[in-house]
Design a protein around this ligand. Structure first.
Ligand SMILES: NC(=O)c1ccc[n+]([C@@H]2O[C@H](COP(=O)([O-])OP(=O)(O)OC[C@H]3O[C@@H](n4cnc5c(N)ncnc54)[C@H](OP(=O)(O)O)[C@@H]3O)[C@@H](O)[C@H]2O)c1
Length: 223
């Protein structure tokens, strides 16, 4: 029987590419796509593509326990923007962890979408709050029994941001016809941009050989 792969954020950018790459493997995994709203247009598209939708809210532990029941693999991502603050995001990440602890009999890989800890970089920054929350969650995962099967993945800023929110992130056309990408970094800084599309392929590689990636952190940069 196909092993169960529970994907959080399945209607979003990260989980969306994970489920579509898993689907391409043609039934190798029984994919459960987590959403708060199975009736949304995005959810309906996933169902039409053949995915099993499961309704759960990261703020509701009971719903999460049902969603992950019997899982062999879990891809977990929280959404800082929707959470609205660092405390809520952290609690959501810990709720998913709490739910995952009920699957230890079957769980082979717990993939946590994290970000680098800005507080421990050579030049430390204390207040990159959505990086802090992801790392505080990661620390708790590592301390728990789920830590044995944990793989952390870290994505750079998506190239897709340029298209999704060009007014905020995209290069701006100048009066002389040139394009300038304005970012609050030194002009010589090398930025690790990522195509979020590459995450799906990475996840399929990790679950092909979970033991190889257990307790490891994989950073993703795309060219
Ligand atoms: N943008 C970037 O450049 C970038 C780079 C690296 C990391 N990140 C991180 O990526 C994370 C967001 O991931 P994304 O870009 O995939 O987000 P996204 O495209 O905005 O999608 C958000 C997803 O989260 C789900 N969701 C939100 N609140 C939920 C809740 N309470 N319970 C269950 N599901 C919930 C939504 O599902 P439903 O609405 O269907 O319930 C949706 O699938 C952020 O935390 C951010 O820090 C972003």
């Amino acid at each position: 029987m196909a092993k169960i792969f529970v994907v959080f954020g399945a209607t979003g950018s990260q989980g969306g590419v994970v489920v579509s790459d898993l689907l391409r493997l043609g039934g190798k995994y029984a994919v459960r796509a987590v959403t708060r709203n199975p009736e949304s247009d995005k959810s309906k598209k996933l169902a039409e593509a053949g995915l099993t939708l499961v309704q759960a809210d990261m703020n509701n532990l009971a719903s999460l326990k049902k969603a992950v029941k019997g899982a062999h693999y879990i891809f977990a991502v929280t959404d800082f923007i929707t959470a609205g603050n660092v405390q809520t995001e952290t609690k959501q990440g810990l709720n998913i962890l709490e739910a995952a602890k009920t699957t230890l009999d079957t769980l082979e890989a717990y993939i946590w979408s994290s970000l680098p800890d800005a507080r421990t970089q050579p030049i430390p920054y204390q207040n990159v709050v959505h990086f802090n929350s992801k790392n505080d969650i990661a620390k708790e995962i590592r301390r728990s029994a789920v830590g044995r099967v944990l793989t952390e993945v870290r994505l750079g800023p998506y190239y897709q941001n340029f298209v999704k929110a060009p007014q905020d992130y995209g290069p701006q056309k100048q009066s002389d016809g040139s394009w300038v990408l304005m970012l609050p970094v030194n002009a010589a800084t090398r930025m690790p941009f990522t195509s979020v599309q590459d995450l799906g392929r990475l996840i399929t590689v990790i679950v092909e050989d979970p033991a190889k990636y257990r307790t490891k952190t994989v950073s993703v940069v795309s060219q």
